[in-house]
Design a protein around this ligand. Sequence first.
Ligand code: URA
Length: 207
Amino acid sequence: MMLNHLSNHAVIADALACLRNVNTASHDFRRAAKCVTRHLVAVASADLPTQITTVQTPLEVATVKQLAQPPILVPILRAGLGMLDAALDMLPQASVGYLGMERDEQTAVARTYYQKLPPMAGRRVLVLDPMLATGGTALQALEALAQHQPERMDVVAIIAAPEGVEVLLQKMPGIRLWLGAIDRQLNPDKFILPGLGDFGDRLYGTD
Ligand code: URA
């Protein structure tokens, strides 16, 4: 696996500051999450295959490139939903598959409680998982998706822990990783430090 992108963008840094701030209200949190996601999805999809065609401008016929085949977006529920609208803003023709995964509060081990996926064989897949902590959830999701034989899988995460990056580097060669930030470490409860707390709770005001 390659770490393809670690954001070093002033606007994204500002959005990350907003996400990390415990005093940020849910509506501002959602807006900042969308800002980071749009940027990461744009860089992650920069090399999608295109086809050359023509369109009529108001003045003449222009030769243009269009996406040959839009990818499949797979948000990991529930937190990944906070990235979906922004990803669809960038890739409006994408199909969407859903994976519902929940990690046990005690063991931090993830279990799949919902799965609804479009046909994936030969398609590119962008997994939307905002917090790459132990990597356990992402790994389980990628293993489940790999069974559907996509052409390639990319993981888009807003914040990662070094532990999670390491797990995916070792266990998932061929996966590409696009990150807003890599933080210091995990705490004993497997939360990312300094992180931003529970992404889903911050997003939906459930804490
Ligand atoms: N999931 C979260 O929402 N936050 C973390 O810090 C780790 C996993």
